[in-house]
Design a protein around this ligand. Structure first.
Ligand code: NAI
Length: 709
């Protein structure tokens, strides 16, 4: 079956791309061969005056290259050739004698956008599913089919770099404003408008593009000196953001610069050379693995396929309208558009919770992600009260009251009394075993954990925690609902700390122990941000809240014993009334909500003097290996179902550096023998908490890996 069907009417060829058997259109080798043949026909058939390229998929124009196929490429020269051939194909579209109009509805990404950029006119729909972007850097690559050349020429170097270096995609309205598309239409008339446009361009000729007026960045774009400023600023932004760990954005910047300064031929050469090198590089390989893992997780419901059907959630109940409850409510309404009822102990708190939840919507409205009408309609889905009125219709209730077992049990009993027997009760506890909360439940099969991270709107991960007794239907319902809220969901075991907090426990403990030893706070944090974390461990403690962190630390200590004994560091700071960022006092100072340097008085409080010349190699080793060892143990205990889930949890739960693939991927890269040797060295100096995980030893014995080879 072919991917393209062409219908010629009145001299205008409408080419419909519809890759058989796939949900989205991808540019594979086979597709390219067929497309090349089509281009020859468009070039040579004199009865064809113009063409329209449109997709046959419901919400997808072209998702980009076929990544699966691309990962089969193993040599730099083969990858470079792939890019070169892509450039050639796209150029052949541009140089056709007849005008080609791209009719874009749905995702138009990567190679798909590069192809559209070579067309002579672009029409997009105003539908929210229409997204245009060059996300290659997110896979450690650069746009390699002329995108680094055509985009800056079309929309100006500043806007182009903004898109290419971030990999962010834009909706239709923004694309029109940028000049990325020429016209915006509703989906229902896309085809007709495109055909009429191709006909008009065939009669009137392809207009020469004027540089776009009114775009504020353009003045800078016009002079070499202006562009130099733009390049320099972009380079600084990239360096600040990537700490030198991600080579792709700098290579993309280079391909753009060479193309604009030395001409398009030189630019294309820089582009395919960089693409070849990056494609077989370690960072890209890791980011592609992460991409595959997240894609696979999107299809994984946490139960054997087909063993249960998710319940439809028409109404969501939330008990506890505090920080987390309100965040969950706002995100659920914004992303799932579900009728949501908040309950708290008194109306003042309910009011505050509703306001916080509404702020999620207000923020989207401000950023033009919601229209006024949508904003008002969604706002009306939020309601609340100081009793369980309205919970009778709830299909799912999420509990986010104080972290207190007796209280949570009491709330569960109240919810069971107020809801229908099929309703599911999910706790957002961060430390209490779900089975303890469910111990006195009337319907233990309907009790589950849904552990969100703060701030709920921004943090991408959700841990779903079934107990032994939880029904498969409740599991699949929680997983699917979390996914509709926009979260990447991992199903984890009902063990203390679940997965994310289990890995953080020894890491944060070790950081606090180092502070007590006199290692300067900022040196610890800088060491770990240089290693690739978005924030260092001490800053993270301040973010989480020292009270919350201490409580979690105590729970982990009780569960796992001496290995996870927290130092007294946090207790001393708490006794001084320091809770971290939330009350503006912690290891760091805060001014108007912003972190403003280490609070040196913390050292005095701990009775220490910061040491000079701390060895950052040792700091790094202690922190990294504490976490790696715990990951090996937790996987062995069955805390997560697979290395894949564990790595995604670490990446999305606390920002483990993506270019390292995740803690378990890193263990495989280092090799169990080397990890064990390092842990034994650390054990000699720092004690039994570094004693290597049993699974590391067995891995050495069996020569195995955490990932299948
Ligand atoms: P919070 O103190 O901001 O909110 C708790 C709310 O529950 C308060 O508004 C309180 O009035 C309400 N509440 C207490 N008893 C109630 C009752 N009987 N009926 C109705 N409402 C009641 O606390 P936060 O931070 O939102 O935490 C809530 C839960 O989420 C805790 O279990 C916590 O461990 C968990 N969690 C917290 C995270 C965080 O970063 N803060 C992250 C992940 C989970």
């Amino acid at each position: 079956m072919s991917a393209f069907t062409t219908v010629v009417e009145n001299g205008i060829a409408t080419v419909t791309f519809d890759l058989p058997g796939e949900p989205v259109n991808k540019l594979s080798d086979a597709v390219k061969v067929e497309f090349e043949a089509l281009l020859i026909r468009l070039r040579d058939d004199t009865t064809i005056r113009g063409a329209v390229l449109i997709s046959g998929k419901p919400d997808n124009f072209i998702a980009g290259a076929d990544i699966e196929e691309f990962t089969a490429v193993t040599t730099e020269s083969a990858a470079e050739r792939l890019s070169f051939e892509g450039q050639e194909m796209v150029s052949r579209v541009e140089t056709l004698p007849t005008p080609v109009v791209a009719a874009i509805h749905g995702a138009c990404l990567g190679g798909g956008l590069e192809l559209a950029l070579a067309c002579h006119y672009r029409i997009a729909t105003d539908h929210p599913k229409t997204q245009l972007g060059l996300p290659e850097v997110q896979l450690g690559l650069i746009p390699g089919a002329g995108g680094c050349q055509r985009l800056p020429r079309l929309i100006g170097v500043r806007a182009a770099l903004d898109m290419i270096l971030s990999g962010r995609s834009e909706r239709g309205t923004k694309a029109l404003r940028l000049g990325l598309v020429d016209e915006l239409v509703p989906p229902s008339i896309l085809r007709a408008v495109a055909v009429a446009t191709a006909d008009r361009l065939a009669r009137e000729g392809i207009p020469r593009r004027k540089p776009r007026g009114g775009f504020p960045g353009l003045a800078l774009d016009r002079t070499a000196a202006g562009r130099r400023l733009v390049y320099r600023a972009a380079e600084k932004r990239v360096r600040d953001k990537t700490a030198g760990h991600y080579p792709a954005p700098l290579r993309a910047l280079d391909a753009v610069r060479v193309g604009l300064e030395d001409g398009i031929t030189a630019g294309l050469a820089a582009e395919h050379r960089a693409f070849g090198e990056l494609a077989v590089g370690d960072v890209s390989r890791k980011l592609v693995q992460v991409f595959f893992a997240t894609t696979a997780l999107k299809k994984d419901d946490g139960i054997p396929p087909g063993s249960a059907v998710p319940r439809q959630i028409r109404r969501l109940g939330i008990v506890g309208a505090g920080f987390m409850g309100a965040g969950i409510a706002g995100t659920a309404v914004a992303n799932v558009e579900v009728d949501t009822r908040l309950k708290d102990a008194d109306l003042v708190r309910v009011g505050r919770g509703l306001k916080t939840a509404g702020a999620v919507l207000a923020d989207r409205y401000r950023r033009r992600r919601l229209s006024r009408a949508q904003y008002e309609r969604l706002g009306a889905l939020l309601s609340g009260g100081d009793d369980y009125r309205g919970f009778g219709r709830a299909d799912l209730v999420i509990e986010a009251v104080f972290e207190d077992l007796a209280l949570k049990r009491q709330v569960l009993a109240e919810v069971e009394a107020a809801t229908r027997p099929e309703a599911i009760f999910a706790s957002n506890t961060s430390t209490i075993p779900i089975r303890d909360i469910a111990a006195e439940a009337r319907r233990p099969g309907r009790v589950i954990g849904m552990h969100f991270f703060s701030p709920v709107e921004k943090m991408p991960l959700l841990e779903v925690i079934p107990t032994e007794a939880t029904d498969p239907e409740a599991i699949v319902t929680a997983v699917r609902f979390g996914r509709r809220m926009g979260k990447t969901v991992i199903v984890v075991a009902d063990h203390p700390g679940f997965w994310v907090n289990r890995l953080l426990a020894p890491y944060l403990n070790e950081a606090a122990i180092m502070v007590a030893e006199g290692v300067p706070i900022d040196v610890i944090d800088r060491t770990m941000t240089a290693w690739g974390f978005p924030v260092g461990p001490i800053a993270l403690l301040d973010e989480v809240g020292l009270d919350v962190a201490q409580k979690a630390g105590q729970v982990m200590h009780a569960a796992f014993g001496d290995r996870l004994r927290p130092p007294e560091t946090l207790g001393r700071l708490l006794a001084d009334g320091r809770q971290g960022r939330k009350n503006g006092r912690g290891f760091y100072r805060y001014q108007d909500g912003h972190k403003a340097g280490v609070d040196d008085s913390a050292y005095a409080l701990l009775g220490i003097r910061p040491i000079e010349n701390a060895d950052t190699g040792v700091i790094e080793r202690r922190l990294v290996y504490a976490m790696l060892n715990e990951a090996a143990m937790a996987l062995e205990d069955g805390a997560v179902r697979s290395a894949r889930d564990g790595d995604i949890g670490a990446l999305f739960g606390f920002g483990f550096p993506a270019f390292r693939g995740g803690p378990l991927r890193l263990l495989d890269d280092l090799g169990a023998q080397r990890v064990v040797d390092t842990l034994r060295d650390l054990e000699d100096v720092h004690g039994a908490r570094f004693s290597p995980a049993g699974s590391l030893i067995t891995t050495i014995l069996h020569g195995g890996h955490y990932y299948p080879a």
